[in-house]
Design a protein around this ligand. Structure first.
Ligand SMILES: [Zn+2]
Length: 268
């Protein structure tokens, strides 16, 4: 995986096609090109066409607008991620997760695997994942999509309704075509056989196509408390082992780490 750079040069039209966007986003007020997206340089007496700056901006605007990142995460960037716990101490697992995220975006698209952030609620898993997605759109021009796991299954299920205007394939095709898929809160609902088949299909197809997957989940592989379910209990052993191949696991514990050491049983 990872050494295919060809997708990153997609034109605006190709991106619209991949994300099934019908909206026309043209800046016909651009004084440089008048909206054509091309400007001409005079080189050795010949006119040579090159992309206008507004074209790059237009491409970036589309990528951000259609990445489906919820408004509540609009403040989340890699730079704004806080590696300190509530007492102001640097939490080692958060500092490590932050560093891994930065290295990941620097290396992208030359990365072997995606990332799976696991840990309890409130440690900033989604913050980092969104920060990665935004940075890859901004710095690398990648086509990225955010999907909350529960919403995704709900959306696909809704397409089965007879009056649905879009088909299941409209959603899955878009998801399969994105360079980066952020799947948030994996395992937040227990999957039925139907949902498991759908999810496995999406994940294996993306794996075969060398597409990057970023995942967050509240479920650990080895739960800290007795009676807690493991990630594989929520998404099946088969899917969990596939994720091992696709994503490096990044465990985040934050302030809970300290609390656990000071007062056992106060894991919140
Ligand atoms: Zn222009």
């Amino acid at each position: 995986m990872g050494n295919d750079f060809s997708n990153l040069s997609d034109s605006v039209d190709e991106i619209k096609d991949r994300l099934k966007i019908s909206e026309d986003i043209v800046d016909d007020t651009c004084p440089m090109c008048g909206g054509t997206g091309w400007v001409f340089d005079l080189t050795d007496g010949r006119r040579v066409a090159r992309r206008c700056e507004c074209y790059t901006d237009r491409r970036r605007t589309i990528l951000h607008r259609y990445a489906r990142i919820p408004e509540k995460y609009s403040h989340c960037t890699l730079a704004s991620f806080n590696v300190e716990d509530e007492s102001g101490f640097i939490a080692p697992s958060l500092a490590r997760a932050s560093q891994i995220s930065r290295e990941f975006v620097d290396l992208y698209p030359a990365v072997d695997r995606g990332l799976l952030f696991i840990g309890p609620c409130g440690v900033g898993k989604t913050h980092l994942a969104v920060g990665i997605l935004k940075t890859l759109i901004e710095e690398k021009g990648a086509v990225g999509l955010f999907y909350d796991f529960r919403d995704l299954l709900r959306m696909i299920r809704r397409t089965y309704s007879p009056d649905s205007e879009i088909s299941e394939f409209d959603i899955t095709d878009t998801i399969l075509s994105a360079d980066i898929l952020l799947l948030d809160e994996l395992g937040s609902i227990k999957v039925t056989d139907w949902a498991l088949d759908m999810l496995t299909h999406i994940i294996i197809r993306r794996y075969n196509d060398n597409k990057t997957l970023i995942v967050t989940s509240n479920f650990l592989d080895e739960p800290k408390r007795e009676g807690e379910e493991r990630l594989e209990d929520r998404i099946s052993y088969r899917l969990r082992s596939r994720l091992y191949e696709m994503c490096a696991t990044v465990e985040m514990s934050g302030s809970d780490y300290r609390k656990n050491h000071n007062k056992k049983n106060t894991f919140t």
